[in-house]
Design a protein. Sequence first.
Lengths: 118, 181
Amino acid sequence: MKTNYVKPLSFLFVLLIFFSCQKEEGETNQQNLTPNSDITVSARPTPSEDMITFLSSLSEAVIIGQNGNKKEYEETLIKASKDFLDMNGIMYNKATSNSEIFSKALELYSQKTNNLKN
Amino acid sequence: MKKIILLIMALIVAPVFPNSIFVFNNVDFDLYYLIGARPTDGTYYPYLSSRGPYTQPGSSTPYFVLLEGFENTTYAHASGFPFDSPVTLPASAQISHWTRTLTPGSPAINTTNSLAQMMFGSTHRYSEFKFFMLDENDNHVLSGNIDPIDLDFPSEMSGFGITITYFPLDGDVFILFDYTP
């Protein structure tokens, strides 16, 4: 009796291609990052609602930017910053540049994280 | 008239390079870094880095800048940012000392070096950010390099509970180290 090896071999071949195409999670983002697995990173302080909103908007802006929409990326970044500053009663005038507004917002975010930590 | 047209053309065609670099260390580890600068022309990649009484990892030079947990700093374009002087030899990039504007109350040092500022010019621009982090016992936590392929667009890397994001905005560069949500 003649054994047909074609089908199982083709199946194995397809499986091989499938697994070789799979990327490990986070592979693309960690090409340049070398963590030390012996050290434990302390727990992130639980952020307040406004901080979470600000952070999610920043992440959203990054994704928009990475998709090549520079204008929308900048608009999302600035809107997120203004909203965050407004929510915390931090004043800025209309003449303030986008860069200054974003810097102010990041400073405030940093300050708030530090306060939570203490 | 011809001059005006040329001026307008130059303004339109001229590339935009970062004016200021903002670094935010929003995690509870010490951040050590070097900011790479490369010429707008050519292939030489010298490092610009602050030298001085900063902690030096190992014995090699140039020194890394230390930014403690929850500190932030700005390399500002105010009166003499290194990128602004007209001519420099690439090798001289190793002896820079940037203007460092620190947040109020910061224990770190606020220094300028007018000589270095004179040496660096519009021939250089931001290119990458090499870093490592240490915990309170000087154990290595993580290290890496933010080397965006396209400086005009944001990039992000994360691992080990920490996310590092590069935000370009209006010709400035923002680098944020934060806990991963």
